[in-house]
Write a protein that binds this ligand. Sequence first.
Ligand code: SME
Length: 169
Amino acid sequence: MPQHPDYASMAAQVRSLAEGDPRWLPLLANIAALIAESLDDVSWAGFYLLADGDAPARELVLGPFQGPLACTSIPWGKGVCGTAAEADETQLVANVLSFPGHIACDASSRSEVVVPVHGDGGRGGVVAVLDLDSHSPARFSSDDAAGLELVMRALEEGIRWDWQPGFGR
Ligand code: SME
């Protein structure tokens, strides 16, 4: 299994990216790039964001990512991402083929880790998830999960969710 990166310094990098530009779109795009660049053997790294809508229409919608084309929406509570969002708990899946309801955007995907992201500086509910996939079984360790949670805490503290692009106005 590849050695894990220095997650504390990755969290510090996220803090400094957020100080430079806290708007959610450029920040999430750069963090997806930072994560994809820092971890070996990762086939997809990115975010799904909570879209408007009450249960049962509640869904996660594809956000900034690095990797091949991906599913654009995931029902709340479904798949690894929807489960992490609904349960508000990191999901560490050694073998996606045995995860009930796994959504195979990429048929070669074998393991996955999904970390919830909270609003309101980290004090609010789940507003997004970070998703990492690998073609290798059991690619992610509990150290990776804990490290990525640390990085997401840094993101939650620095990000601004209230920014919107100017189109449509
Ligand atoms: N496998 C995920 C779907 C997202 S993609 O892998 C990029 C899931 O089961 O939620």
